[in-house]
Design a binder for this molecule. Structure first.
Ligand SMILES: [Zn+2]
Length: 271
C-alpha cells in the first residue's frame, strides 16, 4: 500500500507496475516518466497548471549549477535534527524535485513523496529519482489520508495550513523555506527604479507552532548571462516585469546578489 489515497473514494492506492489501484477499482496510470496524475479534472480546470515550461527549465538549470546548495545543505541539517528512524515525508510543491531528492538521499528517509500541480516539473523529478513517489495534485486537496506524514516540506510554494495539518501525524513537523527581506535585492535593484523588500509572514496559531527559525544570508556571484536569465525567470518577477525593465537585466554580464532565506520548523498542534 502507498500513502496515496484515491481522489475519487479516498481509499488507499496500491502501487502496481504501471498503475495505482484502489479497492473500489479506480485506476490511475503512471506516466512513462513514473509519476501518477491524481488531480481530478474538476480541480484542474479551476487551478492554473503550475509553473510553465520555461520557468521550470530555468529553475532546474539554475539549481543544478549549485547556487542554492548551501540552502539545501542547511535544509537537510534541519530535517536530520527532527526526523525519526522510520520516517514518511511529503514534499508539497516539490517542482522538479531538486530539494526532494537531496533530502531523501542526505537524510536517508525511508519513504518520500512529492506532489506538484505541474506535470512538466514532475517529468524531471520522477526521472531523476525513481525511489520517490511523485503525483500531480493540488496542495489544497492533498491525495493523502489523515495523519499520515511525519514531516511536510514546503519550499517557496503555496501553503495550505489546514490541509497540511490534516495529513500530518499529531507529532509531525512542517518545514518551510521562505524568502526574507533582502532576498535577491541586487537583482531587484537592477530591474526596478523603486524595488521593495519582501515581507515574510510567521505563523503561530491553533494549527502550527513555530519551534525553530534559521536565517541564511549570503552572496552569490552569477557570471553567466544564461544563469542571470535563469534566476530572473524562476522568480515571480518574471511575470510582473515590463519588457523594458527585463531588458536592463539581459545586458548584465555579471550579477552579485544577496540571497536571504529562512528555514522555519513548525510543530503541529495535535488534537
Ligand atoms: Zn477509489
Amino acid at each position: 500500500m502507498s500513502c496515496f489515497v484515491c481522489p475519487v473514494c479516498k481509499s488507499f492506492l496500491t502501487e502496481q507496475e504501471r498503475t495505482y489501484n484502489c479497492e473500489n477499482n479506480h485506476c490511475f496510470d503512471k506516466s512513462k516518466y513514473n509519476y501518477v496524475n491524481l488531480l481530478m479534472s474538476q480541480q484542474s480546470s479551476q487551478k492554473r497548471h503550475g509553473d510553465d515550461k520555461l520557468q521550470i527549465q530555468s529553475r532546474r538549470n539554475f539549481l543544478n549549477n549549485g547556487y542554492y546548495s548551501s540552502l539545501c545543505d542547511e535544509l537537510c541539517k534541519a530535517i536530520n535534527s527532527i526526523k525519526k528512524s522510520s520516517c514518511i515525508l511529503f514534499d508539497i510543491g516539490c517542482g522538479e524535485g531538486y530539494y526532494t531528492a537531496a533530502v531523501k538521499k542526505s537524510c536517508n528517509i525511508e519513504s518520500v513523496y512529492g506532489i506538484d500541480i505541474s506535470k512538466n516539473a514532475l517529468q524531471y523529478a520522477a526521472r531523476a529519482d525513481r525511489s520517490i513517489k511523485y503525483a500531480v495534485a493540488s496542495a489544497y486537496q492533498l491525495p493523502f489520508s489523515e495523519k499520515s506524514a511525519d514531516i511536510l516540506l514546503n519550499i517557496f510554494a503555496p501553503c495550505a495550513y489546514e490541509e497540511f495539518s490534516r495529513v500530518l501525524k499529531d507529532d509531525g513537523f512542517l518545514v518551510k523555506v521562505v524568502p526574507l527581506s533582502e532576498h535577491l535585492w541586487e537583482l531587484k535593484k537592477a530591474i526596478y527604479n523603486e524595488p521593495y523588500k519582501n515581507k515574510p509572514e510567521i505563523r503561530n496559531d491553533d494549527l502550527f507552532t513555530l519551534i525553530n527559525v534559521q536565517e541564511l544570508k549570503y552572496s552569490i556571484t552569477i557570471d553567466s548571462k544564461e544563469d542571470i536569465f535563469n534566476l530572473f525567470t524562476m522568480t515571480p518577477y518574471y511575470y510582473k516585469t515590463s519588457e523594458q525593465d527585463a531588458e536592463k537585466l539581459l545586458k548584465l554580464e555579471k550579477l552579485v546578489t544577496t540571497v536571504h532565506f529562512a528555514i522555519e520548523t513548525y510543530k503541529k498542534v495535535g488534537n
